[in-house]
Write a protein that binds this ligand. Structure first.
Ligand SMILES: [Zn+2]
Length: 352
C-alpha cells in the first residue's frame, strides 16, 4: 500500500505524505465548524514550499469576516485571495501559473520570497498547490456545484493538489447547499474530529465526546432582536467553552431550526457563536414545530394557526418562504416547492 492509499484508508491527517504525491488529487477537510479545518488547510499550504512548490489560498467574498486572509482565532492571518466564484479562482490561478513561468531566476534567486499580487511566493517554484477555505460557500446552487466539479477536473489535468475545507452540514444537520454533489469526486477526505465543547450538568462538566455537528448559539440579546426571546426563554441555556478557553454560562441559547442558514456577520461581534458538539449535546429547538407547519402545507392544510404562538408561527413561515421550502401560488396560498433531481447530483427547486 503506498502512502496515498494508506491515507485514503485511515482518513486521518498525515503529514508523512509528500505533497508531490498529491499532485492531481483533491483533498478535503469537512469537519464541524471551529474544529480545526482551516488550521489543517494552512498546515498543508505551509508545507508546500519545502517541496519546492508554491501554494495559493482562496476564500469566499460571502465570508465578510476575513478579507484576503485565512484567519484562525484572530491570530496571524495566512495570506489568501478573496473571490466571489470558483470561476474567479480558476482565472486567478491561470494568470498566476502563467506569470510564474515567465519570471526569471538564477541559482541565487531561486526560492527567494517575493510578493505576487498580495501573496508571498517563492521565485522559480511552480504553483501547484491550491487551498479553498469554506468550499461550501462556493457550492450553494447546482450550477455552482457543477462549476466546482469542472474546476476539480481541470485541476487534475493541470496536476494541481487542491485542498478543500468546508462544512458538509449546516447548523440544522442538513446538507449545506449542494456540497454533497462534490464529495464523491474528492480523492481523499481527511478528518480532524473536534471534541465537543458543550458543558453539561448546569455547566459543571465539560463534555469530551467526539463532535459530529456544528452548534449555532444565539446570545440573549440576539434572541431579543429576533423577537423570539419569550419562546427561547423557555429553552434552557446552552453552556459551553469557547476556543480560547472562556466558559459561557447562561448567556447563549441554541439557535432555532427556523433560523436562516447563513449567518456570518453576526458571528463577528459575538451575537452568535458556533461550536463543535456531539450527538448528545446538539440542540436544534423548534424542528418539530417547523415540520408540523411544513407538513400541514404539504397536505394542503392551511389551518396552521394551531401552534398558538403567533410570533413563532410567523418566524417559521418566513423561514419556509425564505429558504424556498414553500412559495405563494397564484391564489396567494403557500404551497410546497417541488424538488427535482439535478445533473450535479442532488435535488433542487426549479428556482435554483
Ligand atoms: Zn457533547
Amino acid at each position: 500500500m503506498d502512502d496515498v492509499d494508506f491515507l485514503k484508508s485511515v482518513r486521518i491527517p498525515d503529514q508523512s505524505v509528500r505533497i508531490p504525491d498529491l499532485f492531481g488529487l483533491s483533498i478535503g477537510f469537512f469537519d464541524p465548524m471551529n474544529g480545526g479545518k482551516t488550521e489543517a488547510l494552512i498546515a498543508e499550504l505551509r508545507r508546500a514550499p519545502y517541496f519546492k512548490t508554491n501554494a495559493v489560498a482562496y476564500n469566499s467574498s460571502l465570508n465578510t469576516r476575513e478579507r484576503d486572509a485565512l484567519v484562525i482565532d484572530g491570530e496571524r492571518p495566512f495570506p489568501a485571495k478573496t473571490v466571489s466564484s470558483i470561476d474567479e479562482v480558476k482565472e486567478d490561478l491561470e494568470r498566476r501559473i502563467r506569470d510564474h513561468k515567465s519570471f526569471h531566476f538564477n541559482r541565487q534567486s531561486l526560492g527567494k520570497i517575493f510578493e505576487q499580487e498580495g501573496i508571498p511566493q517563492h521565485r522559480g517554484y511552480p504553483l501547484r498547490v491550491v487551498g479553498i477555505d469554506e468550499a461550501n460557500l462556493f457550492t450553494l446552487t447546482p450550477d455552482d456545484a457543477q462549476k466546482m466539479l469542472d474546476f476539480l477536473s481541470w485541476s487534475r489535468e493541470q496536476g494541481l493538489a487542491v485542498y478543500l475545507a468546508g462544512l458538509k452540514y449546516d447548523f440544522r444537520h442538513l446538507p449545506f447547499g449542494q456540497i454533497h454533489a462534490v464529495l464523491p469526486y474528492v480523492d481523499i477526505q481527511l478528518s480532524k474530529k473536534p471534541v465537543c465543547m458543550a458543558l453539561r450538568d448546569n455547566g459543571e462538566t465539560a463534555c469530551i465526546n467526539t463532535a459530529n455537528h456544528t452548534q449555532r448559539v444565539w446570545s440573549g440579546e440576539f434572541a431579543e432582536e429576533q423577537g423570539l426571546s419569550q419562546y427561547l426563554a423557555s429553552e434552557p441555556a446552552f453552556d459551553f467553552v469557547d476556543k480560547d478557553g472562556t466558559h459561557f454560562f447562561d448567556q447563549y441559547l441554541p439557535a432555532p431550526f427556523c433560523d436562516q442558514t447563513m449567518r456570518i456577520e453576526e458571528s463577528k461581534d459575538g451575537r452568535i457563536k458556533y461550536l463543535p458538539v456531539c450527538n448528545d449535546c446538539a440542540r436544534v429547538p423548534y424542528k418539530n414545530e417547523t415540520f408540523e407547519i411544513y407538513n400541514a402545507l404539504v397536505k394542503g392544510d392551511h389551518s396552521f394557526g394551531f401552534l398558538g404562538q403567533t410570533k413563532l408561527t410567523t418566524a417559521i413561515l418566513e423561514f419556509l418562504v425564505e429558504e424556498k421550502w414553500v412559495e405563494q401560488n397564484a391564489d396567494g396560498r403557500l404551497v410546497p416547492v417541488p424538488y427535482y433531481r439535478h445533473q450535479a447530483g442532488g435535488y433542487a427547486s426549479k428556482q435554483e
